[in-house]
Design a protein around this ligand. Sequence first.
Ligand SMILES: Nc1ncnc2c1ncn2[C@@H]1O[C@H](COP(=O)(O)OP(=O)(O)OP(=O)(O)O)[C@@H](O)[C@H]1O
Length: 217
Amino acid sequence: MNCITLKDLHFSYPGTINVFSGLDMQIKDGEKAGITGTNGAGKSTLFLLLMGLLKPQCGTISLWNQSMKTEQDFKQARLKTGFLFQDPDDQLFCPSVEEDIAFALLNRGVRKDEALRKVDAICDRFAIGHLRKRVPFHLSWGQKRLVSLAGILITQPELLLLDEPTAGADERVVSTIVEYLGSYGGTVIISSHDRDFLAATCSSHYHLQESRFESVH
Ligand SMILES: Nc1ncnc2c1ncn2[C@@H]1O[C@H](COP(=O)(O)OP(=O)(O)OP(=O)(O)O)[C@@H](O)[C@H]1O
């Protein structure tokens, strides 16, 4: 089964040239796909379209073989998807790290004591327990990256969309992410300019350029 199928997708930002004019793409369920592409090729835009945060002018987006037609369709799909924004400042908005990490669980109706137990576990795994009471806005870039990741992984999503997860991250953060992805059983799409990181984490490699999504061997 395909996790993602895009057919003849057209998208442009208001008043600008087309980012995509006829993009086709398929990602299988369970695939770990790395995406490369030059600056401005549309990798972040692609993720925003997959999350339903941008709407294509035409073409179809199917997730788990279901065509995404309405906001409700995307809402359901988002419950099963973890999206790491390229800029962690777009992701973190709570007054404390602990609240940010627990947010998605509480938003899904998980009880507070259970959510906090899961926060304990993921903070241990990512060695960020000492940051729990800190204000996310004041963290370093790499710390923000780990907290953002913890906040999306805590729900154990079936699909992970990671937009340049290693940008600005030190070796420890990178190896924490590599280790996590090594034991992750879902579908992952990673946009990155770091080919070594993609080789360490992905089973397939695609290049995005001028609306073409092509497999790289
Ligand atoms: N909000 C916006 N309004 C107008 N144009 C935008 C907007 N966001 C992105 N773009 C343009 O859309 C194109 C695709 O941008 P996008 O950020 O998706 O590329 P990218 O492949 O992720 O690039 P990078 O590797 O630099 O992160 C670029 O030409 C960019 O300037």
